[in-house]
Design a protein around this ligand. Sequence first.
Ligand SMILES: Nc1nc2c(ncn2[C@@H]2O[C@H](COP(=O)(O)OP(=O)(O)OP(=O)(O)O)[C@@H](O)[C@H]2O)c(=O)[nH]1
Length: 215
Amino acid sequence: MFDITAIVLAGGRSSRMGRNKALLPLNGVPVIERLIREMESVAGEVIIAGGGQPEAYRYLEKNVIGDLFPETGPMAGLHAGLTEAKTAWSLAVACDMPFAGQAVFAQLAERALKAEQDGWNGTEAGPGKRFEAVIPTVEGRRQPLLAAYRRSVLPGLENELREGNFKLTRWAEGLRAEIVDGAVLAGAAGVREEDLPFNMNRPEDYRRAQEWLEQ
Ligand SMILES: Nc1nc2c(ncn2[C@@H]2O[C@H](COP(=O)(O)OP(=O)(O)OP(=O)(O)O)[C@@H](O)[C@H]2O)c(=O)[nH]1
């Protein structure tokens, strides 16, 4: 267990799926419940950033919160979660990632808390600087929907939202982040690198996840 909070981003519209993808069952268990189970063994608190549909998640008996910048996408969920979190670092994950598991969360958490310990004199982020995020890359691209964030990113994040910049990927590109090779995380999780950030956007993605996990 790490001194870290887990934030599940679950307030999207699921328009491509046509129904709330967080609640889609895999092996009989809704994907969000699978994620919560995996996160619970790593993080002290699990927060569900439920956006405009917090009532859908009340049954999970977790800390379910709404967004402070409604209808603006995953960045708003991250913003709400980091605002609510009481720890210096949080793990964020999209609610529709079937392959993100305990091993991946533990690695991200470990690196985040190591970065915290190294503090302002940590050399890897540059002299006098500190990492504010731990972000995996898969095929050279940062994966901000499966990453660790330091609470200190909040003012910058809020600024972006106020200015109407809602692109999580673009914002995450500018963060002083420790980059983790996705292949390393995928290896720990026992999945292929390209499957690590796989998420279920469309019915065919759901079918693919079902085929893999229910065989
Ligand atoms: N809290 C919160 N989470 C969000 C919001 N928009 C998206 N998410 C979550 O962020 C992750 C990535 O979202 P997307 O899959 O890009 O968007 P979506 O709205 O869920 O789905 P589409 O309508 O098909 O684009 C998912 O886990 C969503 O549940 C939001 O406005 N608030």
